[in-house]
Design a protein around this ligand. Structure first.
Ligand code: DQA
Length: 146
């Protein structure tokens, strides 16, 4: 099974970006944890980060083109703004799990709505870096069932 992992804007700054909210781990460290878990689960990950909405849209299209089985995405701020990312997920019709480090539902009102959640299998938020691992587990369990 091939899974594309997408990290949205500002997540390249993890570790030094508001560590009280987003934790101490760098994106590289989170990616290493994901790769370790992927090895245990016997799935292959392609990991991509961008600060540009269109580049994330392109990555979703490419995931479909290469026959990827599913998407694990932290859309970051685009969660709350991007119809384009939502439409890309709908267009490729790949199973998608949305993850967030922080509990977006316990934060500012503008973070409590996700444009992507309705086109995802589900959303995992509030568990820091573990949100990614839990999301990967959930996605792989879904793909193995179907
Ligand atoms: C985030 C939550 C978003 O509201 C925020 O814009 C981010 C990170 C998270 O992982 O908690 O950049 O997606």
């Amino acid at each position: 099974i091939e899974i594309h992992v997408l990290h949205g804007p500002n997540l390249n700054l993890l570790g030094r970006r508001e560590p009280g909210i987003y934790g101490q781990l760098s994106l590289e460290q989170i990616n290493q944890r994901l790769l370790q878990r992927a090895a245990i689960l016997d799935v292959h990950l392609t990991i991509f980060q961008s600060n540009h909405e269109g580049a994330l849209v392109d990555c979703i299209h490419q995931a479909s083109d290469v026959g990827c089985g599913g998407l694990l995405i932290n859309p970051a701020a685009y969660t709350h703004t991007s119809v384009a990312l939502r439409d890309a997920i709908s267009a490729v019709a790949l199973p998608c799990v949305e993850v967030h480090l922080s509990n977006i539902h316990a934060r500012e009102a503008f973070r409590q709505h996700s444009h992507l959640a309705p086109v995802c299998l589900g959303q995992i938020c509030g568990f820091g870096a573990d949100s990614y691992l839990l999301g990967l587990e959930a996605l792989v369990a879904h793909l193995r069932k179907n």
